[in-house]
Structure formats: structure tokens, C-alpha cells
Write a protein that binds this ligand. Sequence first.
Ligand SMILES: Cc1cc2nc3c(=O)[nH]c(=O)nc-3n(C[C@H](O)[C@H](O)[C@H](O)COP(=O)(O)O)c2cc1C
Length: 246
Amino acid sequence: MNNTLELLHNHTSVRSYTNQPLTEEQRDAIFKAANQTSSFSLLQAVSIIRITDPDLRKKVMQLCVNQPYIEEAAEFWIFCSDFNRNHQIAPDVDIEYIEFLLIGSLDAGLMAQNALTAAESMGLGGVFIGGVKANINELSELLNLPKYVIPLVGLCIGIPSGDKPALKPRLPQSMVLLENQYQPLDKEQLAVYDEAMLKYYESRPVKAPFTVKKVKGWSEHIQDHLQRSILPEMLEYLNKQGYANK
Ligand SMILES: Cc1cc2nc3c(=O)[nH]c(=O)nc-3n(C[C@H](O)[C@H](O)[C@H](O)COP(=O)(O)O)c2cc1C
């Protein structure tokens, strides 16, 4: 197996870091990897906001539902879909169509993943923060985001402290890689995966800030998290920022 595959096959989110900063070389290498990511029609509709000010980082951490690693990480970058730049270049094009939400979201996600992969390739660790959407109006104000810019995901990067977390099991290939046509949900395979996740959670040590050990199958996890993922203010927020009005 080559080094790239080895790295990708062994990904785990890292939420615990030493207090050492990254070197400028490491940071530049991560940025360069992210910035070279494929981009829909080369629109390059992404901006990354790097939060370096400690007071601002604390406020951002609080808005992202108090996830402590946001403050502890050497770097915290927020990947935003940014059509403000494109709009200034081509002001006559109506960019309030939902298609631009899809384009910006996908481009930002791809860039963010390349940043994390680049960091991991240098022995660093990181975790994405979807929590940037938890208080999206307040966060957008705090970061001075103009119209046509929306924060989609944060990325903590740091030097891992402690043991590498165990690999989190994923759905089996038969349920994810479907051949030629969509396939109905395979409940037997799902039960096998639920059992694997149960075992994973049973063996996982409880770490701060969590005090209760989460032990459940994946189906139960979906039951809990689908509902929790709904942010009722999102549509209004997107419309205000000039996204998805059409
Ligand atoms: C878009 C996105 C948002 C995420 N948001 C958070 C978050 O806010 N907090 C967190 O601790 N982990 C977050 N994660 C990490 C996931 O929980 C993690 O990737 C998943 O549980 C699988 O674990 P693994 O990455 O260790 O394999 C996020 C991941 C993605 C892709």
C-alpha cells in the first residue's frame, strides 16, 4: 500500500493537542494543499478565515457550542462559501440561485478535506467543526461576513497529544458503493454494522468534556442526531446572505 492510501485508510479525528504552534512551513504547506483543490469551473468561491486572536478564538469557541479543542488547537480555520468576490467581478450575474449554495458548499468541503489530509500527512491531527453553524447569525456578525459569504465548517489543527484514537468503523462497502442502480437498505448488513459500532463505543475511553459513555449502535445514533442537526433559522440566514433565494 502506498503512503497516501495508508494515511487515508487510517484517518481519525483528533481532539486533543499539545500547546505547540505549527511552524510557518507546516501552515503554508496545508494552505497550499487546500488552495490547489479542484474547484467548480475554477470559480474559487471559498475563503478561509484563520482565527489567530485568542479573545476572538474564545468567542468563536463559545458560539460553536463550547467545544474546548477549538481554543486548544494550534490553528482554527473556518471554511466559507464566498461568492462576494465573484459578485464584485461580475455584478450583473444573479447569484442568488440555489445552485451557488451547492457549488460553494462542495468546493469548501473539498478544500477543507485536503487541508486536513495535508495536516495528517505531516503527523498533525485535526477535527472538523460543524458547530460553526450552531449560532450562525452571531458568528457571521463576529467575523464581519458580508453578503454572499457563509461559514460552512471549521477545522482545528494541532500536534496530537496522547494516543491516536481507534479507527471508527464505517458502513460496509456493500451498503455504500452501489453498482449501476440504487439498492434498498440491507437491514442485515445494518444490524452487523450497528453491532460493530456498539463494540467500538464500549471500548472507547470516556474523555473530557464528556462524562457519560456513549454506547449505542449506529441506528440509534442516527435517531438522536438527525433531529439535533436541524437548525430552523438556517433558511432565513441563507436568504439574508443572498443564498438560495431562487
Ligand atoms: C462537516 C463535519 C462537521 C463536523 N463537526 C464536528 C464538530 O462540530 N465537533 C466534533 O467534535 N466533530 C465534528 N466532526 C467530526 C465527526 O464527528 C467525525 O468525523 C466522525 O464522527 C467520524 O469520526 P472520525 O473522523 O474519527 O473517523 C465533523 C465532521 C464533519 C465532516
